[in-house]
Design a protein around this ligand. Structure first.
Ligand SMILES: *Cc1c(COP(=O)(O)O)cnc(C)c1O
Length: 382
């Protein structure tokens, strides 16, 4: 029997140091490693290619995703860039969901399309039936987020993977919002999982990182080649911080989910709120897909202010504990206005977001304090 999730989060790739017995994986700063003879080394030559702290992180998160191979990067965007380089070329098409992370859209539409000849299309991926509208003959990659950022739409990974594979495309899932604790896309047929480990996996708003998990050996070799050739790798200290975050991922996610559910219920009842977007609500269009593929519904909650953009802007400035800021997934609660902040880069594109939208990252503070803080801010906007 293989070890459970929490056990692997704490032990996979993290055996006590064979020399000193240290139970915490050392921050291995050496950039070069002694060789006994030419090419005769212990698996490490030069630290961009691999180093022991990064190796521990890669082994651990790959294990949590149920992947044979894992690769750590300097940021989520660096991970995405490497995956797209591995899977696409000039005149291939990437099919994006209508509410992809703004940075993903920017990378595809403003960088790779301009410099690498990549094409893109965007479609409603919440149903395999509507996938066809955005399909192009040269589609090489279907890029999914589920739940999506910031609308928290849920996409049926298995259904999309079946269609994409039948048509010869690979499926990449950005699993940043769910984390491997709540959802493991490879089990549902995805080919690649990417993460911004800056968010829940790091979990403490103190490190930027990215991750790629791959099941297929051949594709993993291509990612390994690019990781070294392009070199967007994390420092050993960053790897240490992310690995430290991973150890408590399961307990943190349980509390994030519990508190987010209570926040969604409060918002649902409040007259200043026109609509709550949270996959845990039975009325949410993605509720069934989320139930099929997720352990719980996550810590992110979005809502539309009844008073439109003006009310939304007033609310995001009125909270005391929910700090107005970008990012998500850490111990402290955050509130933000996607149209002007995280998703400003998609303004005017098919992915533009409603200016009445407010996004919450529900943190780990005392739940009653969080509810009181929100209630007070919403009362102002009612
Ligand atoms: C933050 C984020 C990214 C980008 O990751 P960075 O670590 O900021 O480069 C990608 N996808 C999602 C869903 C994100 O939230």
């Amino acid at each position: 029997m293989s070890d459970g999730f929490e056990t692997r989060a704490i032990h996979a790739g993290q055996d006590p140091d064979p020399v000193t017995g240290a139970v915490v994986t050392p921050i291995s700063l050496s950039t070069t490693f002694a060789q006994a003879g030419v090419g005769d080394h212990r698996g490490y030559e030069y630290a961009r290619t691999s180093n022991p702290t990064r190796q521990a992180l890669e082994t651990c998160v790959a294990s949590l995703e149920g992947a044979r191979h894992g690769f750590a990067f300097a940021s989520g965007m660096a991970a995405e860039d490497t995956v797209l380089r591995a899977l696409t070329g000039p005149d291939t098409n990437v099919l994006l969901p209508l509410d992809a992370y703004g940075g993903t859209f920017r990378l595809v539409a403003r960088v790779l399309a301009d410099t690498g000849g990549l094409h893109w299309s965007a479609g409603d991926l919440t149903s395999p039936a509507t996938l066809g509208d955005a399909w192009r003959d040269e589609t090489a990659v279907v890029w999914l987020e589920t739940p999506t950022n910031p609308l928290l739409s849920c996409i049926d990974i298995a259904a999309i993977a079946a269609v994409a594979h039948e048509r010869g495309a690979k499926v990449v899932v950005d699993n940043t919002f769910a984390t491997p604790y709540l959802q493991r896309p490879l089990e549902f047929g995805a080919d690649v999982v990417v993460h911004s480990t800056t968010k829940y996996i790091g979990g403490h708003s103190d490190v930027v990182g990215g991750f790629v998990a791959v099941a297929d050996d051949e594709l993993a070799e291509r990612v390994r080649f690019l990781q070294n050739a392009v070199g967007a790798v994390p420092s050993p200290f960053d790897c240490y911080l992310i690995l430290r975050g991973v150890k408590t991922l399961a307990v943190r996610m349980d509390r994030h989910c519990h508190s987010a559910r209570a926040v969604a219920a409060l918002l649902h009842e409040h007259p200043a709120v026109a609509r709550v977007l949270y996959p845990g609500l039975a009325a949410h269009p993605g509720h069934d897909a989320a139930r099929r593929q997720m352990r719980d519904f996550g810590g992110m909650v979005s809502f539309l202010a009844r008073g439109g953009e003006e009310a939304a802007l007033a609310m995001v400035s009125a909270t005391r504990l929910f700090t107005l800021g970008e990012s998500l997934g850490a111990v402290e609660s955050l509130i933000e206005h996607p149209a002007r902040m995280t998703h400003a880069s998609v303004a005017g594109s098919p992915l533009a977001v409603d200016p009445a939208l407010v996004r919450l990252s529900v943190g780990l503070e005392t739940l009653d304090d969080l509810l009181e803080d929100l209630r007070a801010a919403l009362d102002q906007g009612a």
